[in-house]
Design a protein around this ligand. Structure first.
Ligand code: ATP
Length: 324
């Protein structure tokens, strides 16, 4: 497993699952997820991959307590938060759901401000810290100029960034994202994932600039303590994202978890998980994998499914030079 830090005072496991089972309907129905034991590294980015319907979103719902555990327990940053109230939990763990819906008439700024609710007392008003967190979240998602627009009037990608801004404004040390890039163009996908994978842990005094959207990518996909951009004094948030785009997952995540039918079948660094045997197990996909020539992370080259494979000797394709 990838471990993010060596400091003995900070937990190296962000989320520790033991015997976790999740499901819908009567308890007698078979679980959709589990039982699973899983350690996700603290201060690092984990991507969960797997075929449609294998239980990725269900697992995230369990991690945010939207879905009660049928069995087992989850430790968050070394703590048992099972007895914590909803507000307290939401100060530690934030979720960007797969299909969030904004209220009609709500502006981007109003939506993002909802991320501050867990930080206020029951009668508490909005303070300077709230305004700063909202402004920073809008800026890092490039939405400052759209702050007064109604969320429902935005494009799919802008809307997705608005929801991400809400999660950023929540300033939690654990951030869960269910397909955060599904409506984004390629540049915004890279931008958003680079933003979230460098999110500072809000419990530290890290300068917010360390999570800037254009911060550079470490070359080797290594664990957090070797990542090039943030200084050693800026611990990162624990981020868990469901991602379908395997090459982006390999580029942006320190750690991958592959699921099949509610079970974890592989977990580790991208180069350990994205191998042809695992891709065949998880997706029924025949694929080659090779290292990215510049960044070093694995790149998946899908060849086909089962016996519907195209011929291996493809006709010569035009070179980049010929396109120019
Ligand atoms: N609210 C629900 N009630 C009953 N069954 C559900 C519910 N939500 C999901 N399921 C079922 O649980 C299984 C896992 O669904 P889940 O959404 O967790 O998969 P996923 O891996 O996130 O899929 P996708 O990649 O398509 O988003 C599926 O069989 C799905 O039909």
């Amino acid at each position: 497993m990838t471990t993010a830090r060596t400091d003995p005072d900070t937990p190296t496991v962000g989320l520790r699952l033991r015997g976790v089972e999740l499901g819908y309907g009567p308890a007698s129905a078979p679980p959709v997820v589990g039982p699973i034991d899983l350690d996700l590294p603290a201060g690092a980015t984990t991507a969960i991959i797997g075929a449609n319907g294998c239980g990725k979103s269900t697992l995230l719902r369990g991690l945010t307590r939207q879905l009660p555990l049928r069995a087992g327990h989850i430790e968050v940053l070394g703590q048992d938060l099972s007895g914590a109230g909803a507000r307290e939990y939401a100060r530690t763990v934030a979720l960007l759901p797969q299909h969030p819906v904004a209220l009609e008439g709500m502006t981007v700024a109003q939506l993002v401000a909802r991320g501050r609710h867990p930080h206020r007392g029951l009668l508490g008003g909005r303070g300077d810290g709230d305004d700063a967190a909202i402004a920073a979240a809008l800026e890092s998602t490039a939405l400052t100029e759209l702050a007064d627009r109604e969320v429902t009037s935005l494009s799919g990608g802008q809307r997705q960034r608005a929801w991400l801004a809400l999660v950023l404004a929540q300033q939690t040390p654990v951030v869960l994202l269910d397909e955060p890039t599904s409506y984004l163009d390629l540049a915004h996908q890279v931008d958003v994932l680079d933003l979230v994978r460098l999110l500072p842990d809000p419990r530290s005094a890290a300068p917010p600039e360390s999570a800037g959207p254009h911060a550079s990518r470490p070359a080797d996909n290594g664990p957090a303590q070797t990542a090039g951009a943030p200084p050693a004094a800026a611990p990162r948030a624990t981020v868990v994202a469901v991602l379908h785009e395997l090459n982006l997952a390999a580029r942006c995540a320190d750690h991958l978890v592959a699921m099949v039918r509610g079970q974890v079948v592989a977990a580790g660094r991208p180069a350990e998980v994205l191998v042809p045997e695992v891709l065949a197990d998880v997706f029924g996909l025949d694929a080659d994998v090779m290292p990215d020539p510049l960044l070093g992370h694995p790149v998946v080259l899908p060849r086909g499914i089962g016996d519907r494979l195209p011929p291996r000797t493809a006709p010569a394709s035009p070179t980049a030079q010929e396109y120019r």
